[in-house]
Design a protein around this ligand. Structure first.
Ligand code: NAG
Ligand code: NAG
Ligand code: ZN
Length: 419
């Protein structure tokens, strides 16, 4: 058809360069004992294995995408080790293509608007935030404050009265590019705080500082080229592998053994030095500037339904473990109250795995923000890495109930903020 010849060249080349996941299968594993967990963990750094959810607690399932060349060997090993499993996704590429097709058929929203029935591109997100700050100048401030390798920028949204003496809730979403539900959740929180009059009480006594897309380069790249991209997009000197795991790049027990990788090709590559990526520098600068006021630090990820608190680098519990646990339980109960979605609560190290240089460890350990958490949102189940777009609105809405519970807790402890 002639019309296709009229498409601009960049459109053709972008669509033609999607990385394919043809033949990749996703397995759900049900380890029954410590030996099973350790056996599964032995694949962690293998290039053909991409772990989507890897709890160490028995009774929870592990989800891993496996390259076609390693599937036979892997399945044989699972039988030999007697680790029960099932196939969650027969062919990852079909799932991704189905979502891509559905997305391409959607009608475009007006500029400056967003919805929760699709995942938005960076320019749509930033146009919405810009519009919001123009529509609600008294309560919203929007800035682009940190440029990145691919010439994108980090957005900072400040909501509330934005004065120096108020407690702050700090939220960062999307440091891992492929976890699209994370930026969607930050956007929903922003929309509810600003556009929903019923939530005015939530900004009366507390300010909200939110970075909705911490890894804009990776986020765009996961839309245009490689759906399951996780890291930043800065080339690594001396390596053909690109990018750093932003959530191993924070300067608190950075690059400690077992909790991050020094291999530039690993998905958990920590970088050459702590804070050597624009993205983590951005989070560091904002979080540090307001650390004295910040009562709660949230890092939003997917997936697995976990509410995790420090530490990631050690199995030891933090000094205020009781309070961390109590607030996590309040958040969990509020989310579960909507539609029964249950989260597992505990320290990152004890629920998942050793992870060093992660942002909540740094927020607590270096900045002294005592209530610091990772929230791993629900995942795609049989649909793929992230939720299908049709499930976004349910998940962001139930998660917001957890955010309300967190807000109540912080507000009721407001006297503690008088520093
Ligand atoms: C509630 O959970 C059920 C079962 O998991 C699901 O099918 C339904 O879509 C959910 N509804 C909402 C509003 O989240
Ligand atoms: C009302 C409320 O949530 N208060 C909490 C304030 O913080 C202390 C710990 O320092 C909690 O024990 C309270 O429950
Ligand atoms: Zn993540």
């Amino acid at each position: 058809m002639k019309i296709f010849l009229l498409l601009p060249a960049f459109f053709v080349s972008i669509t033609a360069t999607f990385v394919s996941y043809e033949g990749n299968k996703v397995y759900q594993l049900h380890p029954k004992n410590e030996a099973h967990v350790n056996f599964i963990a032995s694949y962690s750094e293998h290039a053909h294995f991409d772990f989507w959810s890897q709890p160490r607690i028995l009774g929870l399932t592990t989800t891993v995408m496996v390259h076609p060349e390693s599937q036979d060997q892997f399945v044989q090993a699972l039988f030999k080790e007697q680790i029960p499993f099932n196939i969650l996704i027969e062919n990852v590429e079909s799932v991704i293509q189905a979502e891509r097709t559905r997305h391409s058929q959607l009608s475009k929203l007006d500029r400056g608007r967003i919805s929760f029935t699709e995942y938005h591109r960076l320019d749509e997100i930033q146009a919405y935030l810009q519009q919001l700050s123009e529509d609600y100048p008294d309560i919203v401030e929007f800035t682009l404050f940190q440029s990145t390798y691919d010439a994108n920028a980090l957005s900072l949204v400040k909501i509330g009265q934005r004065t120096v003496d108020r407690p702050v809730i700090f939220i960062e979403c999307g440091i891992h590019a492929r976890e699209w539900i994370a930026p969607a959740t930050c956007l929903y929180i922003i929309q509810e705080l600003v556009e929903n009059e019923d939530n005015r009480n939530m900004i009366e006594n507390v300010d909200w500082y939110i970075i909705p897309v911490v890894n804009p380069d990776g986020y765009e790249y996961s839309h245009t080229t490689e759906r399951l991209w996780r890291k930043t997009r800065l080339p690594n000197p001396g390596s053909t592998c690109v990018g750093v795991d932003g959530n191993r790049n924070f300067d608190y027990h950075w690059m400690e053994e077992g909790g991050a990788s020094s291999n530039p090709c690993s998905e958990t590559y920590a970088g050459v030095a702590a804070f050597d990526q624009s993205e983590t520098i951005g989070v560091r600068d904002v979080a540090s500037e307001y650390s004295a006021q910040t009562r709660l630090f949230l890092s939003i990820h997917s997936y697995g339904q976990y509410i995790l608190y420090p530490w990631g680098y050690t199995s030891e519990s933090p000094d205020n473990v009781d309070e961390l646990q109590e607030l996590a339980e309040q958040i969990e109960a509020a989310i579960a109250g909507v539609n029964g979605t249950r989260y597992t609560i505990g320290t990152t190290y004890n629920v998942l795995y050793a992870a060093s240089g992660i942002s909540p460890d740094w927020a607590k350990g270096s900045l002294g923000i005592d209530l610091s958490y990772t929230i791993e949102l629900p995942g795609g189940g049989q649909y793929g890495f992230d939720l299908p777009a049709s499930r976004i609105s349910d998940v962001v809405a139930e998660t917001f109930e957890g955010i309300k519970a967190a807000h109540s807790y912080i507000e009721n402890n407001v006297s503690k903020a008088n520093k």
